[in-house]
Write a protein that binds this ligand. Sequence first.
Ligand code: 2DT
Length: 215
Amino acid sequence: NDSGRRPRGALIAFEGGDRCGKTTQCSKIVEHLRSTGVDAVMWRFPDRSTSIGQSINAYLAEQSHMDDAVIHMLFVANRLEKRDEMLRLLAGGTTLVLDRYSYSGVAYTAAKGVPYLSMEYCKSLEVLLPAADLVVHMTMTPESMAARGGYGEERYEKVEFQSKVMAAFEALRDERWAVIDASGTIDDIHEQVTSIVEPVVRCAHNGCALGRLWD
Ligand code: 2DT
């Protein structure tokens, strides 16, 4: 980078069904990147700390009911309210590791099968946001997810629904996605994640352009 500008950070999203180990892997890769001198932070969506995030949290905890279109748009708004900060961090050289992003937004709503909330329509609401340089899709059968501790506590944690979410994620895949079998050990998965993430971080540092959803 001879322009004198600081190299940008990479935008990396972890996606997958509930209880498949995304949060663990996000923390581990951030810790690893930092240990190699890469400036990296982990964020999660929904961000339950904002007022929109608190409404989403109540919905997920089944403490409130909301129209499917309304809750969908709150998830979108919850990303948009973080957009400026996200772009600022990336431009300043920080790599952002996201525990869920727009891909969950589209997959979970599309999986509901509401006719006016089609996958195409849901995608159209995300176009103001940057595309992830890499989507790490952690996959595992809904039955094995259900066997993990804590499953079933929130609204979407039902085997039949998770199968539909899985199919929706599959329909979203493109060349930026890497699929990882989430049934392995934490260390094996971390090793695979590291080998996929490192070249993407280098590419961003070397000036690969940040894309936009869904170009
Ligand atoms: P966790 O916080 O446990 O990952 O659960 N979801 C998430 C959506 O329906 N739309 C979205 O845009 C996002 C980001 C996935 C969050 C739950 O909310 C769902 C599971």
